[in-house]
Design a protein around this ligand. Structure first.
Ligand code: AKG
Ligand code: FE2
Length: 387
């Protein structure tokens, strides 16, 4: 029989970087992370009951002083960096909502539906035990029931409410997805070959980016009539400002970019892709106003092979799923831009099409100073003429 599937989450709270391997039935280790999980990162896996994973501390290349140590000789002054990586094994159990915490030295702790229920039950019993412990023995049982019953009822009621709320949320997300697809349809008449900034203030057609793209203007004037593109955009700005505190307004911003990559099979020598790049300034220097500060990538159609959005410098690899989105910002509260941590790429799209809607967000633009009144170096066109 097929083993029962169990989605699991593995959260790295070790303070170190961690690699995750699936131990297949033949004992082979199959890596689940493209590089490693950074501290604070969570990996979601579709797994099965009784499947085993190895969690291993990720060590950068062995320092030279370790290699210099003669084999089998353990020097007492050997650097602690030379110690073998810590590791632990976990096996997926039968319970729902398994969340595996990777703690210090790769120790693991599993939280799941059963452990949570047990915790609640223990808390109820100990609260009520405490209440009745001084009572006359003939009253204890009654008093205990009186104490515990409302607490149990309350817990069951909350659990029921939560599952109802989750069902509502699923419905809402389904509705949002329909709105994403309208961006894609609006782009069809004006699709053209993608370009990038050329470093001289303009843009050029380059090989690093192979895809079709088209700008889609957000019809804000139709927001009140429930225009779906305006509705998605409003939610996008609300989210962005909530997440970053940037207070970005829609006027003067770039259009939404609809980008469509075509998968022409795994043997295609020049598949559609987008090589590693930053969307805005990512040189670790003070931000130049009017530049891009954040990106929202909305996945409209997911390819069946390839096409992940990969952040190679931080080991984050996003496999597109239609109806979801990825958001990242590259400006700190100190107004200093990120130093290449948000560099990313679109991996070669091999099979099936990938369609995304991207909103690049700028800071320092408004109705009077729209994004296209600056060249790609952030210099206003009227100022370039004066030089
Ligand atoms: O295709 C992707 O996943 C990323 C696209 C991207 O990096 C961009 O449009 O700037
Ligand atoms: Fe990008």
């Amino acid at each position: 029989a097929q083993p029962a599937s169990r989605p699991i989450q593995i959260k790295n709270e070790s303070g170190k970087r961690a690699e995750i391997y699936w131990v297949d039935p033949n004992g082979q280790m199959i890596k689940q992370t493209s590089s490693f999980l950074v501290n604070g990162q969570t990996l979601e896996l579709n797994s099965y009951v009784n499947h085993t994973f190895l969690i291993k501390e990720f060590l950068a290349e062995e320092p030279d002083e370790c290699k210099a140590d003669p084999p089998k000789y353990k020097s007492p002054t050997r650097s602690p960096l030379c110690k073998p990586p810590s590791e632990a094994y976990i096996t997926v159990n039968d319970n729902d909502d398994q969340l595996i915490h990777i703690l210090k030295d790769m120790e693991v702790e599993t939280e799941d539906s059963q452990s949570k229920s047990r915790e609640i039950a223990t808390s109820i019993t100990s609260t009520c035990q405490e209440k009745v412990k001084e009572m006359d023995p003939t009253q204890i049982l009654d008093a205990f029931v009186k104490c515990a019953q409302p607490l149990v009822v309350n817990e069951l009621h909350e659990a029921h409410k939560e599952s109802k709320e989750q069902a509502m949320m699923r419905e809402q997300i389904g509705g949002q997805w329909e709105e994403y697809s309208s961006v894609e349809a609006a782009a069809v008449p004006s699709l053209h070959k993608a370009t990038v900034a050329d470093g001289a203030g303009g843009s050029e057609l380059v090989k690093s980016r192979k895809a079709l793209q088209a700008g889609v203007r957000v019809p804000w004037e139709r927001e009140e009539d429930g225009n779906p593109i305006a509705a998605v955009s409003r939610r996008l700005y609300d989210y962005v400002n909530d997440a970053t505190g940037f207070n970005i307004e829609e006027s003067g911003q770039e259009e939404i970019m609809s980008i469509q990559y075509e998968g022409r099979g795994i043997d295609d020598p020049e598949p559609d892709r987008y090589r590693p790049h930053c969307d805005g300034q990512c040189d670790g220097l003070l931000f130049r106003p009017s530049g891009r500060v954040a990106t929202m990538v909305m996945y409209c159609e997911a390819p069946s092979k390839g096409g992940a959005t990969n952040f190679r410098n931080v080991g984050v690899h996003i496999v597109p799923e239609a109806g979801t989105a990825a958001f990242f910002s590259y400006l700190g509260s100190d107004m200093v831009t990120d130093n290449r941590l948000t560099e990313h790429s679109c991996c070669p799209v091999l099979e099936g099409d990938k369609k995304i809607a991207v909103q690049w967000l700028r800071m320092g633009v408004d109705e009077k100073n729209p994004w296209n009144s600056f060249n790609t170096l952030g210099v206003k066109y009227s100022e370039t003429l004066d030089q």
